[in-house]
Design a protein around this ligand. Structure first.
Ligand code: AMP
Length: 211
């Protein structure tokens, strides 16, 4: 199954994707995570996008589309995938439709107030990318990832100034994708406010997944 997870930053797309990949056995492809590892490696891509991401803006469509196109061409994505954080603009969605049309788009519905609460407490593993929250989902040992032992830190773009900008960018550039996919009849809405288990159950029900 080829899926897009659509929703504002902090809606829980990455957290749910980490659960769903175990069920569907498809890769979780997060453009944000790919950009963050490029930044950590100080690769040419990383150096190019670091300031943009830190400020809460969007990387240009051409760079992002080329990156995802190359990623979806790999063997492991042939049987399906979960796209988390892509597409984020109408031109990205149009490009994707031309090279890899998806089956379903899951719209994570959540108000800004809940997003702000989640992002201000979000922490992430620098090594494997798994998400934590200082109140709702703490690592067992402070600042140490339960899964891989990596360092758990606050993303630069989860700082207050960048968060406001990211929400504004989401509403202006990404939210129009809700109508774009609804018109195609492939959008399903999931209430993203509850805890992850309930969101997972709603997701499975919306997609008729019985495992
Ligand atoms: P995320 O981890 O999805 O919140 O992404 C973190 C940041 O990476 C975003 O705020 C953007 O700066 C950049 N980014 C991720 N995906 C895209 C995309 N599809 N288009 C443009 N920029 C992106």
């Amino acid at each position: 199954m080829k899926l897009i997870f659509l929703g504002p930053p902090g809606a829980g797309k990455g957290t749910l994707a980490a659960r769903v990949v175990e069920i569907l056995k498809v890769p979780h492809i997060s453009t944000g995570a790919i950009f963050r590892s490029a930044i950590a490696e100080k690769s040419p891509l990383g150096l190019k996008v670091q300031a943009i991401i830190g400020g809460g803006g969007l990387v240009d469509d051409e760079t992002t589309i080329a990156l995802i196109r190359e990623r979806l061409d790999r063997e492991d994505a042939r049987g399906g995938y979960i796209l988390d954080g892509f597409p984020r603009t109408i031109p990205q969605a149009e490009a994707l439709a031309a090279f890899s049309p998806v089956d379903r788009v899951v719209n994570f519905d959540i108000p800004d107030s809940a997003v702000l609460e989640r992002l201000s407490g979000r922490r992430v593993c620098r090594n494997c990318g798994v998400n934590y929250h200082i109140t709702f989902n703490k690592p067992k040992q402070e600042k140490v990832c339960d899964r891989c032992g990596g360092e758990v830190y606050t993303r630069d773009d989860d700082r207050e100034e960048a968060v406001a900008k990211r929400l504004e960018v989401y509403r202006a550039q990404t939210a129009p994708l809700i109508g774009f996919y609804r018109d195609q009849g492939i959008l399903v809405d999931v209430d993203a406010r509850p805890a992850v288990e309930a969101v997972l159950a709603a997701f499975k029900q919306a997609l008729h997944i019985r495992i």
